[in-house]
Write a protein that binds this ligand. Structure first.
Ligand code: BG6
Ligand code: MG
Length: 230
């Protein structure tokens, strides 16, 4: 059975897209271009459902039940990724979301280890382009595990690479599937976004702007006492 998360929190594992940087728009524009070329309707609302999913899972949703052969499926994934790489190649530190750099700096000062736990196969290149790779002790991306979120695999991979007990790790996620994956890994979870999407997390913020590590630890400690008292 999975253990409950506990203190001290020794590492923070960040999701990438929608947490450290807002690549959602780039993913949207790339899927949109592919969908337009294929004559498939696709809009921002449909794109919302792709948050946190792998490239293949996303393409299945974009195709909305249309049957295509394996080769066509592969070439569509490659085409979408080409568009995504073109759009994301000019990323700089300016594309890091507000609040991220101060938090990474605080975590480093507090001696908390940091890792990436992303479904994206582009994750390593993106954090390098953003200029934040030096903060990360471990980079877990879409090529490190075979089963995607909501299985806990990518977060357990990161904990193993860090040499830490999952119970002493905290995940920051913006997708419902990612929150579920972190809970299944037995980790603390901070959800970013609306309650309807990430409300299952231990703590929810709209984004990382103004989020300080001491406050996160304080709130989780207080919450644990409140749970123990019920
Ligand atoms: C996730 C994003 O982080 O990575 C998804 O939330 C994206 O939108 C997925 O589809 C896979 O990304 P990539 O870069 O491997 O196509
Ligand atoms: Mg995400």
């Amino acid at each position: 059975m999975t253990k409950s998360p506990s203190f001290p929190i020794q590492a923070v594992i960040f999701d990438l897209d929608g947490v450290l940087t807002d690549t959602l728009e780039f993913h949207y524009l790339s899927w949109k271009q592919l969908a337009d070329e294929e004559g498939i309707p696709f809009d921002r609302e449909a794109n919302e459902a792709l948050r946190g999913l792998t490239r293949g899972e996303s393409l299945r949703l974009v195709l909305q039940g249309r049957e295509v052969g394996d080769e066509t499926f592969q070439s569509m994934m490659e085409r979408k990724n080409r568009y995504y790489l073109e759009l994301s190649q000019n990323m700089t530190l300016d594309h890091v979301l507000p609040g991220v750099l101060p938090l990474l700096t605080e975590l480093r000062a507090a001696g908390v280890r940091m890792a990436l736990g992303s479904a994206s196969r582009n994750a390593r290149a993106v954090v390098q382009r953003l200029g934040i790779a030096e903060f990360l002790d471990v980079i877990g991306d879409g090529s490190c595990v075979t089963q995607s979120k909501p299985t806990p695999d990518i977060f357990l991979y990161a904990a193993t690479q860090l040499g830490l007990d999952p119970a002493n790790c905290l995940v920051v996620e913006d997708a419902a599937s990612g929150v579920e994956a972190a809970l299944r890994a037995g980790m603390w979870v901070v959800g970013l976004g609306p309650e309807e999407r990430v409300g299952a997390a231990h703590l929810v913020f709209p984004n990382l702007e103004g989020v300080h590590w001491v406050d996160v630890v304080h709130k989780l400690t207080y919450q644990r006492r409140a749970i123990a008292a019920t």
